[in-house]
Design a protein around this ligand. Structure first.
Ligand SMILES: *Cc1c(COP(=O)(O)O)cnc(C)c1O
Length: 307
């Protein structure tokens, strides 16, 4: 359950949490015509707070809206300010942030016509997405029978609400079977990503991640690549198969919600030593330094705020 907070930003105003409601004929509710983001704020080592890569997340929200031919009606800078205002109103020194722009009520056909576009920003405390244990011990993953979107049926680069039916199907399928997360393959059978995370593998000290073709190009992924290179690792963006993953020394997922979650098992095959490996641990440690302002090299990625 999401913890109830004080307010939600709704079309330019902070409204009480329980009053942030929509009409049942909201277009998005019927056809999935919304675009959203998942962002995290962290408490920094110096006592201030920061939103990690806020501008990049907001920029991606606008690109998702562009793909959907939706006009958000605020500038990117205004959205960044609104996000920080929402965090402050809810006294959030750290937490998860969910902006959503969606097509509202009016026409009921598939064509949204001139229906209004609404925007909300919610924030709530969210610990480790896949469980506290997961960050240390790693998770058990199963390949889903559901294929990730073909690039020409759903726009994989856009975080569009309707796209997540595919993720929900995959996630429920594997959770029902006792696994923690679903691995999804692309339409050619190569490894794509998880229901809401990108994937990396490590083999002989070399790090590999899927190219951005069939995936949601994660900002965590895009941040981790230069961080890993800075630490001296070789990182390549290359397609790989399920059996290459089975034989990897290490594997892990990345995402705003999941942060860096090691994978300890895929399709009942133990990966490496069956817990977080040395590369994943090293990257995880560095990642948490970066997001909490403990590495000045990446200061430009932090949108600082304080109370
Ligand atoms: C949001 C998301 C990710 C991770 O993206 P981040 O920007 O790192 O949070 C990966 N895959 C899917 C399908 C997603 O929706």
């Amino acid at each position: 359950m999401v913890e109830k907070m004080n307010s939600i930003w709704f079309d330019g105003k902070l409204v009480p949490w329980d009053e942030a409601n929509v009409h049942v004929l909201t277009h998005c509710l019927h056809y999935g015509t919304g675009v959203f983001e998942g962002i995290r704020a962290y408490e920094c080592v110096d006592g201030t707070s920061c939103v990690f890569r806020l501008k990049e997340h907001v920029h991606r929200l606008f690109n998702s809206a562009k793909t959907m031919l939706m006009e958000i009606g605020y500038s990117e800078a205004e959205m960044c300010e609104a996000i920080v205002a929402t965090l402050k109103d809810n006294k959030m020194k750290a937490g998860y942030i969910r902006p959503l722009s969606f097509i509202g009520a009016g026409s009921m056909g598939v064509h949204p016509n001139t229906n209004p576009v609404h925007t909300i920003i919610a924030t709530w405390p969210w610990g480790a997405y896949l469980g506290e244990d997961a960050l240390e011990k790693g998770i058990r993953v199963k390949t889903s029978s559901f294929t990730r979107h073909n690039v020409n049926s759903m726009m994989t680069k856009a975080k569009v609400s309707g796209n997540y039916v595919n993720s929900v199907l995959a996630k429920r399928e594997v959770v029902q079977d006792g696994y923690d997360e679903a691995l999804m393959l692309d339409t050619n059978g190569f490894v794509s990503e998880a229901s809401g995370e990108n994937i990396f593998i490590v083999r002989n000290g070399e790090i590999k991640t899927t190219p951005p073709t069939s995936i949601l190009q994660g900002i965590t992924r895009d941040s981790l690549i230069p961080v890993a290179r800075e630490l001296g690792f070789t990182v390549v963006e290359q397609q790989f198969t399920r059996d290459e993953l089975y034989g990897a020394d290490e594997a892990f997922f990345t995402g705003t919600a999941a942060e860096l979650t090691p994978i300890r098992e895929v399709d009942n095959r133990v990966i490496g030593e069956g817990h977080a490996g040395p590369v994943a641990k090293k990257l995880q440690k560095e990642f948490f330094k970066v997001v909490t302002g403990a590495n000045p090299k990446y200061e430009s990625w932090l949108y600082r705020y304080s109370f």
